[in-house]
Write a protein that binds this ligand. Sequence first.
Ligand code: GLA
Length: 392
Amino acid sequence: MNTPVNAPVDATANTPADTFEELHGHAPEGEWAAPGRVNLIGEHTDYNLGFVLPIALPQAVRAQARRRDDGRLRLWSAQGDGVVADLAVADLAPGSVPGWAAFPAAVVWALREAGHPVGGADFRLESDVPGGAGLSSSAALECVVAIAYNDLYGLGLSAPELALIAQRAENDFVGVPCGIMDQMASMCCRPGAALHLDSRDLTMRQVPLDLAGAGLALLVLDTRVKHDLGDGAYAALRAGCERAAALLGLPALRELTPAGLPAALPRLPEELRQLVRHVVTENERVTAAVAHLDAGRPAALGPILTAGHASLRDDYRVSCPETDLAVEAALAAGAHGARMTGGGFGGSVIALVDAPAADTVAAAVTTAFRAAGYAAPRTLTAVPAEGARRTG
Ligand code: GLA
């Protein structure tokens, strides 16, 4: 069949009863999962080659897949539009695939661009990572396809290598200039730990994080808003940071220390100074947070989270009224600390709370949202979960 790339050829009802066999006519070769994430601290530091500290969520994208030898990539998602996207792998090109199917297609394209001569596959995908909530549902989708292809085609790539493929997919095929945090979190996080990642060389350490053992809980409050300016603004912020580094003669803002900040700021145009201050202070906050976790003081993360939010709100300016209100209401209800997580302009807020107070804090945020005329936030409790893996 010579179907043009992108053409959805199978009108298939989108119901939970759509099994792999019904969709593709044979059994899958295996099953894989890749999680969403929340970042504890270290926001907008990854593309400045600094530090981040994410955890994986129990929520994940799950894939069943089978290799095909006819060069077709056939994709169906329970969260999709009810059709199998049937794409010719050899024709994949940036901008050629609309909608959700662009993310898996991007990974196959990026693998081939990196010199791995992979062909087609059948996929059935299903996700419980809330979309548009700043919880990296896109990275989870990329990573589950990357890890499945790694096994189906015997590529032997490591988890960080697959994360870099997924990031390239998003940068160059989907067209979002994201850093490496989300893909590394989805690929490399471990249960019961936060991932202390150095974005410069991808060295990492699993930092034990036993919230329940410390009587704590990490609430994720999805504000359910995503302000439009997010897309273009992210690229503009990244470009601003890169311009500031170049003006300072540095390869990346990561190289600027807090001690060097007072001398560096006057050398920069006014509009770049606050960006730089956020990045430098945020890297310090990651280091301080890791020190508290290593010392067995997870509750001490609270003030660091709250300071991180103030910096994102006042210096980096990626907050919005909904995330600010969620942070304020959570703190007023007794949270140890709270901040927006992810790229900003909406999305989710995390709040570190005493476990018995979790419901009270969540209810207080809901009440504040109702009073402000906002839709009720969706609430999850984050438990550090496992990164991408084969599940069947
Ligand atoms: C998005 C990007 C990440 C990172 C965060 C901000 O999630 O995908 O690479 O830059 O924003 O920390």
